[in-house]
Design a protein around this ligand. Structure first.
Ligand SMILES: [Zn+2]
Ligand SMILES: [Zn+2]
Length: 112
C-alpha cells in the first residue's frame, strides 16, 4: 500500500497560444484554455463569493474584453498557489495548486 499522494505542485507553467500549460511535478501536463480559466476566476469579484465579512458582492457581472483572456504574467504565491495577471490588469484570482489540478481538463482527469 502506498501512502496517499502528496499534493502535486507545478514544476513549470507558461501561457502558450490560447492555453496555459502547466507541467506538474508528478509528470502530468495540463492545458487550460485561457478563456475558461478566466471565466472560472476564483476571486470574489468574479465568482460572487462572500468577502471576509460574509457579504456577497453584488457588483455588475464581470465585463470581458479580448485582453481578458490573455495572460500577462503568472506569479507563484508561496508554495501553494499561482496568481495570473491578465492583460486587462485583473490579478485578484489566486489559483491554489489543488484547485488548479482539480479542474485539469484532460481526459484522464475528467474520467477519474
Ligand atoms: Zn477575478
Ligand atoms: Zn489531467
Amino acid at each position: 500500500m502506498n501512502p496517499p499522494d502528496p499534493m502535486a505542485s507545478p514544476s513549470s507553467w507558461q501561457p502558450l497560444g490560447e492555453f496555459l500549460v502547466v507541467v506538474w511535478d508528478d509528470g502530468h501536463e495540463s492545458y487550460y484554455p485561457l478563456e475558461e480559466l478566466r471565466r472560472a476566476c476564483p476571486c470574489a469579484g468574479c465568482s460572487g463569493e462572500p468577502d471576509l465579512f460574509g457579504r456577497l458582492s453584488v457588483g455588475p457581472k464581470p465585463q470581458y474584453l479580448p485582453a481578458s483572456f490573455q495572460i500577462r504574467s503568472i506569479n507563484p504565491i508561496g508554495n501553494y498557489a499561482l496568481q495570473p495577471t491578465w492583460m486587462d490588469n485583473h490579478s485578484y484570482g489566486i489559483w491554489t495548486f489543488e484547485r488548479l489540478r482539480a479542474i485539469c481538463p484532460c481526459q484522464e482527469c475528467r474520467s477519474s
